[in-house]
Write a new protein. Structure first.
Length: 120
């Protein structure tokens, strides 16, 4: 892999992680609902959809910018929605459903496991 691509991903990932931390930190939890996480995941989904749309419609997005925003910035925010959209677009409905269920169930379960492990 090209070193410039790796650096673009690292730079985007750093900024995405900082954006996630800042946005999630300034938005209140509304009646127990993590509004910041929803906003951050929504922003990442919008950006990934926009970049995908540019590429789909034949607009050239330089590889460094794709790396910066795709796996970098948006990857640090979230790629779950984009990957699910891609499966639905490709008519892989069963895989999309499995992806949704697996991501939700497994990630919640792993948060629980991590919580339990932290108690030890």
């Amino acid at each position: 892999m090209n070193v410039r691509i790796i650096l673009a991903i690292a730079a985007g990932g750093t900024l995405g992680a900082l954006a996630r931390f800042y946005i999630s930190g300034i938005l209140p939890v509304y009646k127990g609902f993590p509004l910041g996480t929803l906003i951050v995941n929504s922003i990442a989904s919008l950006l990934l959809g926009y970049i995908y749309g540019l590429l789909f419609w034949g607009i050239d997005v330089p590889s460094l910018w794709r790396a910066f925003f795709g796996p970098g910035f948006c990857g640090a925010l979230s790629t779950f929605s984009y990957e699910t959209f891609s499966l639905i677009r490709d008519r892989e409905y069963l895989l999309a459903t499995i992806n949704i269920l697996a991501n939700v169930i497994i990630t919640i379960a792993l948060v629980f496991v991590g919580f339990i492990l932290a108690r030890r």
